[in-house]
Design a protein around this ligand. Structure first.
Ligand SMILES: C[S@@+](CC[C@H](N)C(=O)[O-])C[C@H]1O[C@@H](n2cnc3c(N)ncnc32)[C@H](O)[C@@H]1O
Length: 334
């Protein structure tokens, strides 16, 4: 990135505006009604909004090319039509709602930076402290994880080369996207998805959707407190460490290494920072997101994570890119 000019600074500052416009439209269900063109007053009547106010929002969405404006009517652009209309196979509105649910943390970021951590308000904000977590917030979070992972998982499976893996654990597997994809990629593999009781219900829904109940099992529990099973040849830990403090990260990795068979492999995927602590930009901003919405999370550098794995006696660890802003560390026991 190049250093911003004054107008560049202003672009950064105004960054919240398109985000909020899109998030509010998604919450209102605007895109469900725009597969064919409608005027702003027709849409306002359907979603129960004020016509003048919604018209302003729709024009901004057209300016952002999320909607297409034809005369006085609006219809979905390609991405809105594909990803933001309920009921479509590729529907991914949950991840937008999840992002919107975390907005509070950004509104209170100033206070958090002064205090050191966000204040605890509603129980669902602290998933790991409420093992029975349920409800819309949790569903959006977990289906949102599926929306993010579904395109990336097949390439990850290929890079991991799972040939010969018999028993795999997807620790904190959420919607089971990776476990499902790994089972599809390697016919001899059976997987266990471990997660909190609420999210594990969604994993079961997703596993059933893919008709993989005979090869992908679930185990409900809290990985900071409960047993995670044993005799695994491969353990996959994706987007888990960043919401925990260093001691918790070490505990999670230690438990995983104990559950791994000799010669087995462990892979940790995350928004790893480089040694400089400030690149790539997505990992640096994701770290702020974790500061804003978790008690003690942050992005870790791949090197400090690799050092934890080495301290636990694993060999390797090799870093492999997995997405636009993510990578994984793959290491072997013994
Ligand atoms: C950011 S999501 C990642 C989901 C999935 N691994 C992926 O990469 O798409 C974090 C997951 O960790 C789970 N989780 C958080 N704290 C947990 C705990 N203490 N015990 C078990 N699972 C936990 C959450 O429920 C959620 O499914």
């Amino acid at each position: 990135m190049t250093e911003p000019s004054f107008y560049g600074l202003m672009d950064l500052v105004r960054g919240f505006r398109p985000a909020k416009v899109l998030l509010v439209a998604n919450d209102l269900g605007v895109f469900d009604h725009l597969e064919s063109p409608l005027s702003s007053s027709q849409i306002a009547a359907r979603v129960g909004a004020d016509p003048r106010a919604l018209g302003i929002l729709l024009n901004a969405l057209a300016a952002l090319e999320v909607l297409v404006k034809e005369g006085d009517a609006f219809r979905n652009g390609e991405a809105a039509s594909r990803y933001l209309v309920h009921g479509k196979e590729e529907y991914r509105g949950a991840i937008l709602r999840h992002m919107h649910h975390t907005w509070w943390g950004w509104s209170e970021l100033g206070e958090t930076v002064v205090q050191g951590a966000p204040r605890e308000q509603e129980p669902e904000r602290w998933l790991d402290r409420h093992a029975e977590t349920s409800g819309d917030w949790m569903r959006d979070f977990i289906w949102g994880m599926h929306a993010l992972a579904r395109d990336l998982a097949p390439a990850v499976a290929e890079k991991l080369d799972l040939k010969g893996v018999r028993r795999l654990l997807d620790l904190g597997g959420g919607p089971a996207t990776y476990a499902i994809t790994f089972a599809q990629a390697e016919p001899g593999l059976t997987a266990t998805v471990f997660d909190l009781p609420g999210p594990i219900e969604i994993a079961r829904e997703n596993i059933a959707r893919h008709a993989l109940q005979d090869r992908v099992a679930t185990l409900a529990g809290n990985f900071l407190q409960d047993g995670i099973g044993s005799d695994y040849d491969f353990i996959w830990i994706s987007h888990i460490l960043h919401s925990h403090d260093e001691a918790q990260c070490r505990l999670i990795l230690e438990k995983a290494v104990r559950a791994l068979n000799p010669g087995g492999r462990l892979a940790v995927q995350d928004f790893f920072l480089n040694d400089d602590g400030c690149t790539p930009v997505e990992a640096a901003l994701f770290s702020v997101h974790m500061l804003a919405v978790t008690p003690a999370g942050r992005s870790y550098t791949w090197r400090e994570t690799a050092a934890w794995l080495e301290e636990l006696g694993l060999s390797g660890p090799v870093q492999v890119d997995t997405g636009p802003a993510t990578s994984m560390l793959v290491a072997r026991k013994g």
